[in-house]
Write a protein that binds this ligand. Structure first.
Ligand SMILES: Cc1cc2nc3c(=O)[nH]c(=O)nc-3n(C[C@H](O)[C@H](O)[C@H](O)COP(=O)(O)OP(=O)(O)OC[C@H]3O[C@@H](n4cnc5c(N)ncnc54)[C@H](O)[C@@H]3O)c2cc1C
Length: 259
């Protein structure tokens, strides 16, 4: 079995390393000390195609696959854990659910600007009552006509202040035995009723933006639902293939959270 990278991947690794050494490493310490998110740097990474590495060329991605993306994550993490954390959050948990499960219409609207590198994405599972215990969420998405009305608060959301969209897990109903039905819904973060705050003073990865997002009577058209009726858990399980990317940039995560 051949475990060597292809010529294309070797070239990518070399390119991202050079970029990270030249553009990220020199400012990494300062960004971390000042807890400052480098939005301009992400614009440059977007122009270079790094935000679209694994996504289909049909929707503006590079079509280079998961390994290419993991190589980029590892090289970025060599220079800055904070930048790498925001990078993996926007590409994988932020964008992948739409790439994997979105309708063609949702992909055109949401995936394309992300894969082309113009925008950033976030992912919202964690709440006061839900972390490791993902089913503990309390956010409600009540169906009224052809809309969902969202109420609840998501905590510890990476890229909260800079993402254009978030895919949230919300309760869309209950089974006859009273179990929650949890669905995934894409919500543009400029929708009325959304408030983003930054209550965290992290110990590490401080250049990665982390915020709390409150949804108060946020109206979302039904067509923004990407996985209905507990499809959310299948979504997360299928996206588990993305888990290794966090390991690529994971060495100091325990320091990220001030306890
Ligand atoms: C920097 C940062 C960025 C984040 N970004 C996001 C994001 O973008 N989106 C998002 O949704 N969330 C995000 N999170 C939240 C993260 O996903 C949660 O912190 C994580 O799921 C753990 O949940 P918790 O903090 O509630 O800890 P808990 O679930 O309370 O766990 C605390 C400890 O108890 C242990 N534990 C829990 N259950 C058990 C059990 N049954 N048996 C044994 N041990 C157990 C855990 O391993 C852990 O060590 C982020 C967190 C951080 C620190």
């Amino acid at each position: 079995m051949d475990f060597e990278f292809s010529k294309e991947l070797v070239a990518l690794k070399k390119e991202v390393r050079a970029f990270a050494e030249e553009k990220i490493r020199p400012m990494a310490d300062k960004l971390d000390k000042e807890a400052r998110f480098p939005r301009a740097l992400f614009a440059e990474m977007g122009k270079r195609g790094y935000l679209g590495l694994p996504f289909s060329e049909e929707y503006g991605g590079k079509g280079m696959g998961t390994l290419a993306y993991m190589i980029a994550a590892e090289e970025i993490a060599r220079a800055s854990l904070g930048v790498a954390l925001s990078y993996v959050a926007t590409v994988s948990i932020g964008t992948e659910p739409i790439a994997r499960y979105g309708t063609p219409e949702q992909k055109e609207k949401f995936l394309r600007p992300l894969a082309e590198g113009h925008e950033l994405a976030a992912f919202g599972l964690t709440e006061k009552t839900a972390g490791s215990d993902a089913k503990g969420i309390e956010m409600k998405a009540e169906k009224v006509g052809d809309e969902y009305i969202l109420n609840g608060t998501k905590q510890w959301i990476t890229n909260a202040n800079y993402a254009s969209i978030i895919t949230v897990a919300a309760i869309t109903g209950y089974t006859s035995s009273g179990e929650k039905i949890i669905s995934a819904i894409v919500v543009p973060l400029n929708t009325e009723g959304i408030t983003v705050t930054s209550p965290y003073d992290k110990m590490g990865a401080r250049s990665s933006d982390t915020g709390e997002i409150t949804f108060k009577n946020v109206h979302v058209p039904q067509k923004k639902l990407i996985r209905a009726r507990n499809g959310w858990f299948e979504t997360v399980a299928k996206c588990a293939k993305w888990r290794p990317h966090f390991d690529c940039s994971d060495f100091s995560w325990p320091c990220a959270r001030r306890v």
